[in-house]
Write a protein that binds this ligand. Structure first.
Ligand code: AMP
Length: 290
């Protein structure tokens, strides 16, 4: 039987609970989320519970990372169900603050990470990563030394958080965890509930297009231009897809452009299905060019 998860609506209460665990010598594994949990979130929680002595998490829909036109007001929420999933996944302490607790006064201090934020999600959502970096800095400051678990599903975010923790010498080891998918390949996401039936049927094309491109790359096609075109074509001709934001192959660490397949690379895609934007990515590891 899982130990009951304790819910803290105050920063202070969460800090005190963690201090208690630490006084007994326990290591902390931390999983920040925006709630509406699915098996992707649960996999991070299970990883924290198995690698650290005490798994803790947060549920906070962070207004700073949403633009005025985005879905902050309608972002799906279900606290009761979330707590059951967290508990079953081994989480012992949950921080669930409201906006006034996290941001009691208008925020004058924000954190920005440059370079790795300039393209892809950063280009599509200009304020997004400053909002993410600011809340993650705050959550790391609240939680203290820990291992923090993030999904590869949001690959650019993972790169941003790694850079943030390294640049600011935070006492946090950032752990990336594999993307959990539905049976048809669609990456699990809280936003999948926005999809109509037709859009839901179309959505796995993102994964299929990337797998197809990776297969062609392994079969010897080393031209990034070709592979990009294959993915665009496959995704745009699928009914239910409105537009492709990007379908790219980049260096897996720097997220910079490459012209030829070879070495540790990543395929990144984002596309619009009506007003819902979905992103996905997979590894592309092939022998170095040359
Ligand atoms: P979110 O609640 O969307 O902010 O996500 C919280 C954490 O869960 C982030 O580190 C995400 O990358 C991760 N996550 C979201 N979806 C998945 C998934 N399908 N597989 C693995 N991790 C995920």
């Amino acid at each position: 039987m899982a130990t009951a998860v304790r819910v803290h609506t105050t920063i202070d209460g969460f800090r005190r609970a963690l201090a208690e665990h630490r006084s007994g010598g326990a290591t902390i594994g931390f999983v920040p989320t925006m709630g509406y949990l699915h098996d992707g979130h649960a996999s991070l929680m299970r990883a924290a519970a198995s690698s650290d002595d005490v798994a803790v998490a947060s549920i906070f829909v962070n207004p700073l990372q949403f633009a005025a036109t985005e879905d902050l007001g309608t972002y799906p929420r279900d606290l009761e169900r979330d707590l059951a999933i967290a508990e079953e996944s081994g989480v012992r302490e949950m921080l669930h603050p409201d906006v006034a607790e996290m941001y009691p006064t208008p925020v004058l201090t924000t954190v920005t990470v440059s370079g790795v934020t300039s393209r892809f999600e950063g280009a599509a959502r200009p304020e997004h990563f400053a909002g993410v970096a600011t809340v993650v800095t705050k959550l790391f400051s609240i939680t203290g030394a820990c291992r923090a678990y993030f999904g590869e599903k949001d690959y650019q975010q993972l790169a941003v958080v790694r850079r943030l923790a390294a640049d600011l010498s935070m006492p946090v080891e950032v752990v990336g965890c594999p993307t959990v998918r539905e049976h048809d390949g669609l990456a699990m996401s809280s936003r999948n509930v926005y999809l109509s039936d037709g859009q839901r049927q179309a959505a796995p094309v993102l994964y299929r297009a990337m797998v197809e491109a990776a297969g062609a790359a392994r079969g010897g096609n080393r031209s990034v231009d070709d592979l990009r075109a294959v993915m665009h074509e496959r995704i745009t001709r699928t009914p239910g897809v409105d537009s492709v934001d990007y379908a790219e192959i980049v260096d897996a660490d720097t997220l910079e452009d490459v012209t030829e397949v070879g070495g540790r690379q990543r395929i990144l895609v984002a596309a619009r299905f009506g007003s819902t934007r979905l992103l996905d990515n997979i590894a592309l590891d092939t022998p170095p060019a040359g």
